[in-house]
Design a protein around this ligand. Structure first.
Ligand code: SF4
Length: 370
């Protein structure tokens, strides 16, 4: 079934490390943006398409007023067949929500919230340029629960300037004390052109080996607290995996609305150019074709090996791949403890996740030579 992604490209302030499409905006600009979203949703709907996940991502979707959030969801329900048990997620910056806004989101239909907590240490939050402190994050999580949204995810960042293994351990303790159902742990990558892209910040960031140790520590510490890793960066209590994000890795279709949103529909990949002003002013969002016919075998290996469950070798064969060649190529990675083979499945180990790009591209290249 279809997933729907709604991009909200506004933030209270730009974080120093951020390379996403977002800007600081007034309340009236956000309302005009919401109207543009609704216009586009109505134009794309009416075809009897069924969706079972909706994801408001950003940017900071929690800058939407309860009224705008509710209007967007109503437009989605009028235009698409949104299943009664649909997972409806909203990403939130802890500083931008209170009980009454969260109660409005809940009454509009939100049943999952993903907080950008990032760290349990206030000095690290301020180094990242975040507007919240950990106390505020804890209050926001508690307010969400009081509002009836109990499926709660938190983001945690690894590799923050001046972060150490002991400070990460403290962060994991603090964040886990919030009682969430899901956690995403991302390694900070300093992107070209961001405020962090300077020698001073790079000098304060932990080196690659330390970040690798942090990742291995986080996987172990989260597992000991009952969080099962199901993807390179994602961990959940049993049954609380992100149903929407799983669509990206399992090749299910999704439609994206808003500048820089991506879609995978009818076997093609599309994106909306990252121009907020043009999106608000155009009658309909411009959509560019990213790939008219993505290679199903390549995509299956590329996306499937991000998952802890890995890929099925039978399915690889059914997509035109060579199981024998794959097993031969996987052998050195298995010997190095980066991959594991079990029955029909091949998957990366935690150690393999650390070097996933190299391993995955080597395996894809070799299949495409056949
Ligand atoms: S809140 Fe998120 S999207 Fe906004 S600037 Fe910070 S990292 Fe980027």
């Amino acid at each position: 079934m279809l997933g729907i992604y709604i991009h909200v490209p506004f933030c209270v302030k730009r974080c120093g490390y951020c390379a996403f499409c977002s800007s600081v905006a007034s309340a009236s600009e956000i309302s005009r943006y919401s109207a543009a979203l609704i216009r586009n949703i109505r134009a794309a709907g009416g075809r009897g398409l069924c969706a079972d996940t909706v994801y408001f991502g950003g940017g900071t979707p929690s800058l939407l007023s309860g009224r705008d959030f509710s209007a967007i969801l109503s437009a989605l329900r009028e235009s698409f067949d949104i299943s009664p048990g649909a997972e409806i997620t909203v990403e939130a910056n802890p500083e931008t929500v209170d009980f009454s806004k969260l109660a409005e989101y809940k009454s509009a239909g939100a049943n999952r919230i993903s907080f950008g907590v990032q760290s349990g240490i206030d000095k690290e939050l301020s180094a990242l340029g975040r507007v919240h402190d950990f106390k505020k994050a804890a209050e926001a999580v508690s307010a969400a629960r009081s509002a009836g949204i109990t499926n709660i995810s938190c983001d945690l960042m690894l590799g923050i300037p001046r972060q150490t293994l002991p400070s990460l351990a403290e962060s994991i303790d603090s964040v886990c004390s919030l009682g969430m159902t899901h956690l995403s742990a991302y390694m900070l990558k300093i992107e070209e052109g961001t405020a962090f892209d300077c020698p001073e910040v790079r000098a304060l960031a932990p080196d690659d080996d330390t970040v690798a140790d942090m990742y291995l520590y986080a996987v172990k510490a989260l597992s000991e607290r009952g969080f099962k890793q199901y993807e390179i960066s994602n961990f959940s209590r049993p049954g609380f995996e992100s149903r929407h994000n799983l669509k990206y890795w399992t090749g299910e279709p999704y439609l994206g609305f808003g500048p820089s949103a991506h879609s995978f529909f009818g076997g093609k990949r599309f994106f909306v150019p990252p121009d907020i002003k043009a999106f608000i002013e155009s009658p309909l969002q411009e959509t560019a074709l990213e790939d008219a016919s993505p290679d199903p075998l390549e995509e299956y290996i590329l996306l499937g090996l991000r998952l802890s469950g890995g890929i099925s070798l039978e399915k690889l064969s059914s997509l035109g791949g060579s199981k024998e060649r794959f097993l031969k190529d996987a052998e050195p990675f298995v010997s190095a403890g980066m991959m594991k083979l079990s029955g029909d499945s091949a998957a990366l180990t935690t150690k393999g996740f650390l070097v996933s790009n190299g391993v995955i591209f080597a395996l894809i290249d070799s299949q495409s030579e056949i």
